[in-house]
Design a protein around this ligand. Structure first.
Ligand code: SF4
Length: 342
């Protein structure tokens, strides 16, 4: 049973105005109901780092999209995966856990970045570019649909995009779908031609260098952690350009006491709750898709086991191949068990 007072103590670190005792009493009763349903359904709940703080309370795993999917795949006896995140992430969970039922609490939770790369448009663009560059390699960020991943040579994450592109045998790479990450990689790998897809995450793209500089002037000693989906002029201001999970590890291990996490605001909430002895400043934006997941729709999804995410087997297997290739290129000795056995 969740204690509203304990909840308030924890959650109010992220937002003292919203998480009052009255609100936390309501949240506690919903969390209790979710715990009952999780047991009934034999479900694993995954929460992306950008979710609402109260959702972290009932998550079996919190993290970034691929890490979450691989963690859920390792829970052998679970029947159901509830993905508190966006649509492409739930697809990735299905790719690596084909025998489990994967449900997404709100089907409207899409991703403006993944949506820029329609699978048919990708097919046409690859065919066009291969006329010009027969040796073209195609790398897609994990923030793509399974149908796009299935057409790529290798998938990558924000943590290993540069490493994957470097390890590809091709001199010309089409990078799908984030143009900011493509620019970031091109700076670091000048020996290759990296052709960007025209897409960006509206959340990270809206964060400006001016807003980060302004906070840096006020707190000159703080460490600036920037997500590589940000524009290159923002990435340049970073002490470290990291994935969301990388930012958490950095903040936990660093000797510094003050940080600015330049990404979606949910990560600042999580850091504030999980690392209470350090101070986190904000130059963040809210992702409207991530915030579409609520305790109410998690309850509903566990009651009905809908909406379920399904994939045609050829798409699932193709996406799995591109994820596997990512590990083969960057860490062949650490292929996750979920990918070894399938
Ligand atoms: S933060 Fe950006 S990339 Fe992540 S889900 Fe939202 S729109 Fe997509």
């Amino acid at each position: 049973m969740f204690d509203p007072k304990d909840l308030m103590d924890r959650l109010s670190r992220a937002d003292p105005t919203y998480y009052t005792l009255g609100i936390c009493e309501k949240i506690a009763s919903k969390l209790d109901r979710i715990l009952e349903l999780k047991t009934e359904r034999n479900a694993v709940v995954l929460a992306h780092n950008y979710q609402r703080p109260e959702i972290f309370e009932i998550a079996d795993f919190t993290g970034d999209s691929l890490g979450l999917s691989l963690s859920a795949a390792e829970v052998k006896d679970a029947d159901v995966i509830v993905f508190c995140g966006v649509h492409f992430m739930a697809e990735t969970a299905k790719v690596v856990s084909p025998s489990k039922k994967v449900i997404l609490p709100n089907l409207q939770a899409g991703c403006s970045l993944a949506d820029t790369a329609d699978a048919e448009d990708v097919r046409v663009r690859i065919a066009e570019l291969r006329e010009q560059y027969p040796d073209l390699g195609v790398v897609c960020y994990v923030n793509t649909t399974a149908a796009v991943k299935a057409q790529c040579d290798a998938c990558c994450t924000s943590a290993n995009a540069v490493g994957v592109i470097q390890a590809m045998p091709n001199d010309v790479i089409l990078y799908i779908p984030d143009e900011n990450m493509a620019a970031h990689a091109q700076k670091r790998i000048p020996e290759k031609i990296i052709i960007p897809w025209e897409g960006n995450c509206y959340v990270h793209h809206e964060i400006t260098a001016e807003s980060v500089k302004h906070i840096k002037e006020i707190r000159p000693n703080m460490k600036v952690l920037v997500h590589p989906e940000c524009r290159e002029d923002v990435v340049k201001l970073a002490d470290a350009a990291l994935s969301t999970s990388g930012m958490i590890k950095f903040a936990q291990k660093s000797d510094a006491n003050e940080f600015l996490a330049v990404t979606e605001c949910g990560l600042s909430d999580l850091l504030t709750i999980e690392v209470p002895d350090k101070q986190f400043f904000r130059a963040c934006k809210i992702c409207r898709f991530m915030k579409m997941i609520t305790l109410d729709n998690i309850i509903q999804t566990l009651e009905t086991l809908q909406p379920e995410i399904t994939l045609p087997e050829d798409v699932r297997a193709g996406a799995e191949r591109s994820i596997k290739r990512m590990f083969e290129l960057t860490s062949p000795d650490r292929l996750p068990e979920a990918l070894v056995v399938s």
